[in-house]
Design a protein around this ligand. Structure first.
Ligand SMILES: Cc1cc2nc3c(=O)[nH]c(=O)nc-3n(C[C@H](O)[C@H](O)[C@H](O)COP(=O)(O)O)c2cc1C
Length: 193
């Protein structure tokens, strides 16, 4: 069953505020690819923008320089092994989707595949900053569509109702942490919220 619903673009940054690891998908000239990326962060509200650090030696970088578009897919617990795998091999000369048994779906707005069963998706178009891209491997992009699994994200907030529906954080050496349980605080007395 498809639980995906659109996320208001002005609130798309909330999908990333807590720093989850991502799968990034690309397509250029009929070739698709997927890699893992931890170094993704929000940059602006409206229009929504984000930053992606993308190593110059990756095959994904070649595809991105051709297409100018990518999708940030936020994996859930069941996709941790996949995240580690696609982050440790190259799609140059091989189809990672076939290799790891992923049947990609189409993104809504940009020309790119998406990985099914992720918790959220942010479709992005690169805002060309050639100097920054060359010097720092850093890509600035506008988020042109965002959607999420309504069981885990609705009304502009993550809920993480059970362990299968939590985003992931990557440390190193194959160690991931699922996003934990929330707690809420209020401003100390005397301060306005
Ligand atoms: C959990 C994880 C996070 C990663 N984060 C990034 C990242 O933020 N930026 C990056 O360029 N590479 C990152 N990598 C490495 C790429 O995913 C890796 O180089 C990948 O093999 C590139 O594949 P490609 O050659 O098919 O594009 C990460 C790897 C893992 C396992």
């Amino acid at each position: 069953m498809n639980h995906l619903h659109d996320v208001e673009l002005a609130k798309a940054y909330r999908l990333l505020n807590h720093g989850p690891v991502s799968l990034v998908t690309f397509e250029h000239a009929g070739a698709g690819n997927v890699m893992a990326a931890s170094w993704v962060m929000p940059l602006d509200f409206e229009p929504p923008k984000l930053l992606l650090v993308l190593d110059r030696n990756t095959y994904s970088r070649d595809l991105l320089e051709g297409s100018g578009a990518f999708v940030i897919n936020l994996p859930a617990r069941q996709q941790a092994e996949l995240t580690l795998a696609v982050g440790n091999c190259t799609g140059r000369g091989q189809d990672k989707f076939a290799q790891f048994g992923i049947t990609p779906q189409r993104a809504k707005v940009v020309t790119a595949p998406i990985v099914p069963d992720c918790l959220a998706y942010l479709e992005c178009r690169v805002i060309d900053e050639p100097g920054v891209q060359q010097r720092h491997d850093l890509f600035v992009a506008e988020v042109v569509a965002a959607y999420a699994d309504a069981r885990a994200f609705s009304n502009g907030r993550w809920h993480f109702p059970d362990d299968d529906l939590r985003t992931l954080h990557y440390s190193a050496g194959g160690t991931f942490y699922p996003t934990g349980n929330p707690f809420k605080v209020t401003m100390p007395e005397g301060f306005d919220e």
